[in-house]
Design a protein around this ligand. Structure first.
Ligand code: GAP
Length: 465
């Protein structure tokens, strides 16, 4: 019998393979051998990503009165990242094997790895890597700006941002002044971040280019700890809403000594991926560290003036910082299921089904005319397609037997299949009252029900939001 590790590895391999086969996620520049740590979302993955980002935005910006959105530049002034401490200290310890030249993150290897060049040595001989002393490797991608860029001109240096947070801190005063907001309030941003990870791994989990969904929530110092706990609860509720099993989510209260020196409280929200329990999001109480540093380095006042108490102070910050790609990976891992439908004495029949919640599913409904060679059926199906298409991502399919078409939709997680049959046309004897109704087949239960075409749009809209 396979042990749990083997089962989890096999499950992960199937997930990666399905992602490629069905167009969720591809290796970047695959035809050139791949760009390590970079991934491209295919048509279905892009839909899942849009759904996740739209939901996060709706819940955290549109449905709240105290949070505003922004979309900052990726290219970042070197002074911003010097002030934040990234230029001086955003690094991981790196070691190299002097023999096989493989590179490792020193804090991620428990024992000396097997050397690729020494692997064939006879038994008894030392097959382990010969590692250098650890040295710090800065994870930021640096570039030069401007046509006359000179490598030695420190002022032309810019960075691809390593987190979206710093743009928020740097624009906090502009957002506050232009919107006349009062504490507590937050600024939310979804966007790309770049880190030259030493060892990208576990599919998209640790990438070099990824998206973050971050909120910097500014508050009075005395409210910081309470709000950190409240944000943790809000974020756990969000993960449940998008369909992650609460049992697979774990909260780590990061102990003293392991948190950033400026943080009084940090929670990590971790998820049980097939490759282990790993971080999905950090909820950190960052105090006044970031605004204080920018005020000091820029020499511009970033204080908040409280009209009522007449106090002037640097607000404190609570930061829920989620990884968009990691959340998508968690959603994909959570959704993947193999259901054994083999009948007694029958041929093996395993249904692969992606059990996405309808709000996350890339395709909301598939429109399936029973037969493609009956023009009335096709015409009616296209009418239904035209009715729904302006409101949601739908898929029209008239190829193959209907059972096969259902299975194809199961594999990509379409929650509802809509079949147009002779009853829809009112051509079934004795069932004329079913004219202008369709069959809805539910992905998870495989149960079917009949619905009037005139009710279809509100019925679906209620379920996919
Ligand atoms: N502003 C705080 C910050 O950036 P972080 O813990 O370094 O904190 C926040 O990153 C989140 O961004 C992580 O919890 C993770 O979801 C995501 N993330 C970080 N590095 C990543 C990487 N290399 N690949 C994919 N996602 C990453």
């Amino acid at each position: 019998m396979a042990n749990k590790d083997q089962t989890d590895t096999a499950r992960m391999e199937k997930i990666v393979s399905l992602c490629k086969r069905k167009g969720f996620i591809f290796q970047s520049a695959e035809i050139y051998g791949g760009l390590n740590g970079c991934w491209d979302y295919g048509p279905l993955g892009t839909e899942v990503k849009r759904n996740l980002k739209d939901l996060w935005w709706r819940k955290n910006v549109q449905e709240r009165d105290d949070i505003l959105g922004m979309d900052g530049s990726i290219l970042t002034h070197h002074a911003v990242l010097t002030a934040s401490g990234h230029v001086g200290g955003f690094s991981d310890p790196m070691v190299d094997c002097k023999v096989c030249k493989k590179r490792y993150r020193a804090d991620q290897i428990d024992e000396t790895p097997t050397c690729e060049k020494k692997a064939t040595l006879p038994n008894g001989e030392d097959k382990t890597c010969e590692l250098t002393e650890p040295r710090e490797f800065n994870l930021m991608f640096q570039t030069q700006m401007g046509a006359s860029a000179d490598e030695n001109d420190a002022n032309s240096v810019a960075y691809l941002r390593p987190e979206t947070a710093q743009t928020i801190f740097v624009q906090y005063k502009n957002v506050m002044d232009s919107n006349r907001v009062k504490l507590p309030f937050g600024i939310a941003q979804i966007g790309k971040a770049f880190r030259n990870e030493i060892n990208p791994r576990n599919f998209t989990f640790r990438s070099r280019e990824f998206e973050q969904m971050e909120i910097e929530y500014f508050c009075r110092p005395e409210d910081g700890l309470r709000l950190t706990d409240e944000w943790l609860e809000t974020r756990l509720k969000f993960y449940a809403e998008i369909g992650l099993d609460s049992e697979k989510l774990h909260v780590l209260d990061i102990p003293d000594g392991e948190r950033a020196h400026y943080s009084e409280k940090t929670y990590d929200i971790e998820y049980d991926f097939p490759f282990g329990q790993q971080e999905l999001e950090g909820v950190a109480y960052r105090g006044s560290y970031d605004l204080g540093k920018h005020q000091e380095h820029a020499g511009k006042p970033l204080e908040y003036f409280d009209e009522q108490t007449k106090e002037r102070f640097i607000p404190h910050v609570v930061e829920p910082s989620a990884g968009c790609d990691r959340t998508i990976l968690a959603l994909i891992c959570e959704a993947y299921d193999e259901e054994d439908l083999t009948k007694e004495g029958g041929k093996p029949d395993v249904r692969t089904v992606m059990r996405f919640k309808p709000c996350i599913a890339p395709i909301k409904a598939a429109i399936l005319p029973l037969l493609k060679n009956k023009p009335e059926l096709v015409e009616k199906a296209k009418e239904v397609k035209n009715l729904l298409q302006p409101f949601m991502n739908i898929f029209y399919d008239e190829t193959a037997a209907i059972g096969r078409r259902y299975r194809r939709q199961d594999e990509v997680g379409t929650p509802f299949c809509i079949a147009i049959d002779f009853e829809t046309l009112g051509q079934e004897e004795g069932k004329e009252d079913l004219k202008d109704t369709v069959t809805i087949r539910h992905r998870d239960s495989m149960e079917q029900e009949r619905i009037a075409i005139s009710d279809l749009l509100p019925w679906l809209l209620e379920r996919i939001r």
